[in-house]
Design a protein around this ligand. Sequence first.
Ligand SMILES: Cc1ncc(COP(=O)(O)O)c(C=O)c1O
Length: 262
Amino acid sequence: LKTVDLKAPNWNFDVADLKAAITPKTKLLLLNSPNNPTGKVFKRDELLEIAKLAKEHNFYVMTDEVYEELVYPPARHMPFSTIPGMKERTILVSSTSKTFSMTGWKIGYALAPAALTKAIRIPHQFTTFCSATPLQYGMVHALRLSYDYYHVLREEYSERRTALYNLLIEHGFECKQPEGTYFIVANHKNLLDIPDTEFANWLIKEVGVACIPVSAFYENPEEKALESRYVRFGFCKDLQTIAAAAEKFKANLKPALAKAKK
Ligand SMILES: Cc1ncc(COP(=O)(O)O)c(C=O)c1O
């Protein structure tokens, strides 16, 4: 496995890095857009670059599109298979866990040309009876919901996104509103210039708000934590929970920072 970094603060990738990661043995590129943790939604010209390389080096592309419905205008999610010539090369994997708040149900689906689904269908026969039958019916019902559901979903998450973003900015984090997903990645160096893992532990204990160190998403998390000053907050919470976090920041952040800087 070779990874290609998305570079802060805009989380773009370097085409040269991607080219350098490709070898004659490369069979598959794994692409996650909209992206967890960064909230980045890959743009058409970035997808075209990847498509060009897929053709040139003859590899497949597996796209993890679980956040496909959680995209905030003007950003737009473009399924990789819609790029000309890519339908034959794409294995799309998605899930109902994010769009329908079914986290933990672990039911998803894959979409690929028939020749490729042959291999997928071999393990599939064993997984359908591992997932509880009522949950599978629940998922089918969810997939049949009308367009209104998706509209309301985005409206509600947009409101939560703004609430969390304002809260983080107000308390000294550096961040942007994400284009997609329900995460905000924030730089904490202006509060405490310590490794992201230490910061996440400190914030939970001293302020009472949970976040995830972004170094956990890298191949060598311990090494990355030394330089990373990014943590991920989630807004997959109701507005009251975000308001409760705001109260905790207001009451606890200043004294906790004063104690930490002593
Ligand atoms: C990018 C991405 N792919 C896949 C998953 C897993 O989805 P599921 O819970 O349906 O297995 C997650 C969940 O955190 C995710 O963030």
